[in-house]
Design a protein around this ligand. Sequence first.
Ligand code: SAH
Ligand code: SF4
Length: 343
Amino acid sequence: MYEYEPAALAELLVGEPRYRVDQIWQGLWRDGLDLADITTIPKTLRAKLVQDFPSSLTVANDVESDNGATRKWVFRLHDGATIETVLMRYADRVTVCVSSQAGCAMGCTFCATGQAGYSRQLTPGEVIEQVIFATRAAAPRRLSNVVFMGMGEPLANYDTTVAVVRRLHEHKGMSARHLTVSTVGVAPAIERLATEGLPLTLAVSLHAANNTTRDELVPLNRRYPLERLYEACQKWIDATSRRLSFEWALIDGVNDTDRAIDELAGYASGLNAHVNLIPLNPTPGYLVMGSSPERVNEFRDGLVDLGINVTVRNTRGRSIDAACGQLAAVTNGKRRSVTLRSR
Ligand code: SAH
Ligand code: SF4
């Protein structure tokens, strides 16, 4: 049902009084209810709608960590494809991390999703349902933030990403500060996104600021190298006047060197970008470790000394394979995890 905009919903319900359409819309969007729980509409209509428009998400796995502060679901979609969604409760906000594709075609070497490959695009309704599902699970707290950092490359599913951001803003009242799209750096799509007038924050997964290393970590860099990406970032800032952030997964001996500090500082300072550091979560297909906590701090201090704004993000949900794509791999039986604890 979350596939439909108000006009399309009204068309589906042709013959029903106008207020019914409003009741259903409010039930879905304002109250975040399952169709079956919208008790303001008659039972027979409800039963028919539930049958005709089943939820697109079936829970295939449900685990939690950080003493319940982090919860992660693997959902099976109607065609058997699996995606994952993570709910993170912080002191000051509740964030859901959504998938934009089933799998990912970008093939980043360190990423579990990249290692598993691509299945298909998600529809706007499939992404929105992840948000609504998490909204319910977050109660009584209010879900405040949505980040596109689950499976998939949101800018390789451009239309869906734009539709979801627009609808969450219009129908759920979410603001730009609270909607973050993370991209591996699809330069032309960043430039196009800049012209949409959308209320969102952009995060670019940089991970390396020299082309040799970035080519290895992020194959898309061969198509849109750092110079091209820089141009797109500049256009984003010029068009939106919004600050950009760079994601940097610290990998032991690969991108956590003193030289990397200088390169990153050089790249980020011209764009006045904020840098988010996170130690790499090891994955089975890439046998390199994340940087030690000491090195993470040294790396941060090195950047701060060069005038860069930095945040060290903690690795939420490490024990439930919360890094991109990992739990889905476990659920699909591709690998076993000793730390997995089902509810
Ligand atoms: N495709 C988009 C968004 C999904 S990935 C992107 O790449 O930005 C979300 C974030 O998780 C990215 O910053 C990605 O680089 C990071 N990530 C992927 N695998 C990781 C791992 N094993 N450890 C730490 N971060 C990882
Ligand atoms: Fe895809 Fe992002 Fe993983 Fe790269 S890091 S493979 S772009 S999901």
